[in-house]
Structures are given as structure tokens and as C-alpha cells.
Design a protein around this ligand. Structure first.
Ligand SMILES: [Zn+2]
Length: 201
């Protein structure tokens, strides 16, 4: 059984303690000990998990060129850059289930459940970025495809390998990524990453 962590503000900690909540000093979180009814702590229970775990008030469409691994031609690749202040929903033993605000910007990869307005926007820019099945992840996600031969261009090489199209190694790599600001909300499921070069964008 997963432990029930509580979202107790500092000013209400004595009250929570009196009702029987315990403090976990290593995770710095109040929790409901086994055998105690969690409903006593209703007001501090965490939010239920949302449908999507990544969100932002605005985003940028990132565009760069890279070589298609299949045909060797240069093709445009797209991704999304979320500004500092974007939020991720975290859950598990070490967290209070909640939205956390991130201080740096981040690319997103392995994107699913993209907000329909974002889908409409990216489709107005390219017809080569669409939901497709990956044998590597054994799942579908929003993926780039070569403009010349149509081959899938998976996120691993682009986002997870140093020097990949969206994993810049120096300022020159960074400057080759064109950014188009979109002042509309963004949400999806997927992965974010910490990269000091991207973080300041
Ligand atoms: Zn190609």
C-alpha cells in the first residue's frame, strides 16, 4: 500500500500532529501512519492525479535541421520548449502529490495527450510531426518524420543523445534552434529534462 502523504502548510503543522499525522524528516513531509483513518486529514489530502502531468501558460515551437538517419537528407525537426515556470505533476513516496513549478526552461520529449490547440498549431507549421508508433518504446508518441522519405525520426537520438538536434552541447548548437513564441496554454504527458544550455532560453 502506498503511504498517504499530506499537503500540510507550516502554520497548520501542530494541528496535523494532534490529529495523529507523523513527520518524515528524510522526505520532509507529513504522512498518515498505518492504522489511522486518512479521512481525518481530508483538508490536507493531495490533489487527485490529473490527466496530464506537464503544463505551461505559454510555449515555443523549436525548429532545427538534422540529417535523416535513413536517407541522409537534411530535414526539419520540431519540438516544444516550455518556459521557466512550467509545471510538472509529481507523485510517489518522496513527494506530496502536487504540481511543482520548475525554475528553468525545458524541451519536452516522448509527447502524448497533446492539447488540441497545440496540435492545431503544429499542424499549421508542418505535416511531418504526428502521433506514430515507436518500436523502441513500444508506444505511440508525437514524432518527427523525414520530409523526403517519410521515415520516423525517434526522440531518443534527438533528445537523449548529447549533440542530438534538441540536446545542444554548445552555444552554436543552441543558436541553430529557431524558436517561435506561442502565447497560448500548453499541456501534455511526456518527459522534461534539465539541460543548463536549454534552461536559460
Ligand atoms: Zn529521409
Amino acid at each position: 500500500m502506498t503511504r498517504v502523504n499530506l499537503n500540510v502548510p507550516f502554520s497548520e503543522k501542530d494541528e496535523a500532529k494532534q490529529l495523529g499525522a507523523r513527520w518524515d524528516p528524510s522526505s520532509k513531509v507529513w504522512f498518515v501512519p498505518e492504522g489511522v483513518n486518512p479521512h481525518l486529514f481530508q483538508r490536507w489530502l493531495p490533489d487527485p492525479p490529473p490527466d496530464v502531468t506537464i503544463r505551461a501558460n505559454s510555449y515555443r515551437v523549436a525548429e532545427t535541421e538534422d540529417t535523416c538517419w535513413k536517407c541522409g537528407e537534411l530535414t526539419r525537426m520540431y519540438s516544444f520548449l516550455l518556459p521557466a515556470g512550467y509545471q510538472t505533476f509529481e507523485q510517489g513516496e518522496d513527494y506530496i502529490d502536487a504540481w511543482y513549478t520548475n525554475e528553468g526552461a525545458s524541451m519536452v520529449s516522448y509527447v502524448t495527450d497533446l492539447l488540441p490547440t497545440v496540435v492545431a498549431h503544429i499542424k499549421s507549421i508542418t505535416r511531418h510531426y504526428y502521433l506514430d508508433f515507436s518500436k523502441t518504446t513500444n508506444s505511440s508518441y508525437w514524432m518527427n518524420h523525414c520530409e523526403h522519405c517519410g521515415m520516423k525520426q525517434g526522440d531518443f537520438a534527438m533528445h537523449c543523445e548529447p549533440g542530438g538536434a534538441f540536446f545542444p552541447m554548445d552555444e552554436e548548437d543552441v543558436s541553430s534552434i529557431k524558436l517561435q513564441h506561442v502565447n497560448e496554454p500548453f499541456s501534455c504527458n511526456g518527459s522534461t529534462s534539465y539541460d543548463s544550455l536549454i534552461s536559460d532560453l
